[in-house]
Design a protein around this ligand. Structure first.
Ligand code: FAD
Length: 504
């Protein structure tokens, strides 16, 4: 019997959608299966009191003319379709230290970035330039990130083992500058003496190149990609939870859904966390050493967010984010004791077409280990499958939210009066909506001491099962788009695809 589709893609996160859009355009008949009502995974948005909030994507790097994501998005038809707003060129991220009230701007464009920081750190200009040069050198070792096709590992072997914290400390002895350069490390859930410098470099480079917000939410990316996929004959099914990839005679024959139905295809791409994918695949073709390596991988920490609806006209809309720290020690917030929490947080403002002067909504995000919500881990709650986590949970969330708002109040005295209402998301929210085990923000956590062990190939030993998404190489919109290109390279001539992207 003929399989129903050429390619079934499990999960409609950005990785699944980009693969669907590219492979659909390359002539494959694709079907995307998504467990939630809303497509997009971390691109999902939600409205509270008529204000739109992003669940995962607050700003995007590298979207100016000529930059990598701009080219990929142009090829995908997104640049003309998206409503984008460039963040303040003089500051996309402001790093704040409550202890002494000092604030530092990270500006867009390398020269402006250097000039702005050098004004705050006279005498450090050469060191800041050296740091920027290192970022660019490291980024140049990742061919696909630069829309080149080359042997991946040979080029970058020498830079994979650089530790972010140690490198920054080697480039300047100025403690506060060290803190500032790592001050937005929530962007990659940085861990001192663990996070490789290449992760820092790939992420920071994209925002220094240019920083953008989606006006009215990142779900427009989902909407336009879904439209493109359907226009090419693709099928997208929501409310479709895949429970098993079933292998027989050396290939996946079909996926089984929670309702017992099956979908057949010639090829399968999983946009899920590789650990989930392997748990859903019994095949003996996947060697136990591979299974163990994937199972051992640690995930990045989860987060706790307050989504605040602001009283109209009461609080300014900032065209930049804030990363607020108690004091020096930006690497410590990720593991701080509960009584010292949050120690650091970030603030992202919702960009709305209704007002550019005043904030309608803002997201206050702080690290939160999954374990803090372990008491309620047996509960489940999404809009597709609603559930009640109980009064204790609501009370605990309220305590955390109030603590977080009080922390922010130290930077913005009186902000509480501008908050009309607020809603929270916890590690359990992310776990249930995204389908991970622990609500991890960015999936697999990388370690400079063993860099190869956390690189995941799109290929598996099952010849018709591939992987995509943030766990392959890098999280974030740029990282996931690049990973999707490498997955698409399994099905189509990557060099030709890259040429098409470069000339779109
Ligand atoms: C709090 C937070 C803030 C972030 N901020 C930013 C930011 O500002 N800028 C940025 O660039 N990046 C940001 N990121 C990272 C970025 O959002 C992610 O890296 C990216 O969106 C992940 O895409 P993905 O393709 O890996 O899939 P995911 O978004 O993880 O999607 C996986 C999809 O698979 C579906 N699924 C899971 N299990 C099943 C199943 N069994 N059957 C069917 N479907 C299933 C899920 O519902 C989901 O739709 C943030 C992430 C988080 C969590």
């Amino acid at each position: 019997m003929q399989p129903e589709f050429d390619i079934v893609i499990v999960g409609s996160g950005l990785g699944g959608l980009v693969c669907g859009a590219i492979l659909g355009a390359e002539g494959y008949r694709v079907c995307i299966l998504e467990k939630n009502r809303q497509l997009g995974g971390c691109l999902q948005t939600f409205a509270r009191d008529s204000v739109l909030f992003d669940s995962g994507v607050h700003y995007i790097g590298g979207l100016s003319e000529g930059q990598t994501l701009n080219k990929v998005f142009k090829y995908l038809g997104l640049m003309d379709a998206l409503k984008l707003q460039q963040m303040d060129e003089d500051v996309f991220d402001k790093i704040v230290f409550l202890e002494d009230g000092r604030e530092y701007a990270m500006a867009q464009g390398y020269e402006r970035f250097i000039d702005t920081l050098a004004a705050d750190f006279p005498g450090e200009r050469d060191n800041i330039r050296q740091y920027c040069n290192k970022i660019r050198e490291v980024c140049s070792k990742f061919p696909l990130y630069n829309l080149r096709v080359a042997d991946n590992f040979a080029e970058k072997a020498e830079i994979l083992e650089i530790d972010t914290k140690a490198y920054i400390e080697s480039v300047t002895s100025n403690r506060r500058l060290q803190e500032v350069l790592a001050g937005n490390n929530t962007l990659y859930a940085g861990v001192g003496d663990k996070t490789p410098f290449y992760v820092h470099a790939l992420v920071l480079n994209s925002y220094i190149e240019s920083s953008w917000k989606c006006v009215n939410g990142g779900s427009q990316i989902t909407k336009h990609l879904a439209k493109r996929i359907r226009a090419n004959g693709g099928v997208i099914r929501n409310y479709s939870t895949v429970t098993r990839f079933v292998e027989k005679d050396g290939a996946i024959q079909y996926v089984e859904l929670a309702d017992g139905t099956t979908v057949t295809a010639k090829h399968f791409i999983s946009n899920l966390h590789p650990q989930q994918t392997l748990e859903m695949t019994e095949s003996s073709l996947l060697r136990s050493v591979y299974r163990k390596r994937i199972a051992r991988m640690e995930n990045t920490i989860s987060s706790f967010c307050v989504h605040a609806v602001m009283k109209p006209g009461s609080f300014p809309y900032y065209k930049h984010n804030f990363y607020i720290h108690e004091k020096n020690g930006v690497w410590e917030a990720i593991s701080c004791e509960e009584d010292k929490w949050p120690q650091s947080c970030c603030i992202f403002f919702s960009a709305s077409s209704r007002s550019s002067e005043f904030a309608e909504g803002m997201c206050i995000l702080a690290y939160m280990p999954f374990g803090k919500f372990a008491d309620w881990q047996h509960t489940f709650n999404t809009d597709t499958i609603p559930g009640d986590r109980g009064k204790d949970y609501e009370q605990y969330k309220k305590e955390k939210a109030e603590t977080l708002i009080s922390f922010v109040e130290r930077k913005f005295p009186g902000i509480r009066e501008s908050i009309q209402s607020y809603y929270t998301s916890t590690p359990l929210t992310y776990r249930d909506y995204i389908g991970t085990t622990d609500g991890s923000m960015y999936g697999v956590s990388k370690d400079y001491k063993d860099p190869l062990s956390t690189f995941i190939s799109p290929l598996t030993r099952i010849p018709n099962l591939c992987l995509t998404g943030q766990n392959l190489m890098l999280h974030g919109i740029l990282g996931v788009s690049i990973s999707a290109l490498s997955t698409c390279g399994v099905f189509t001539d990557l060099e030709k695809l890259i040429e098409k992207i470069k000339h779109a």
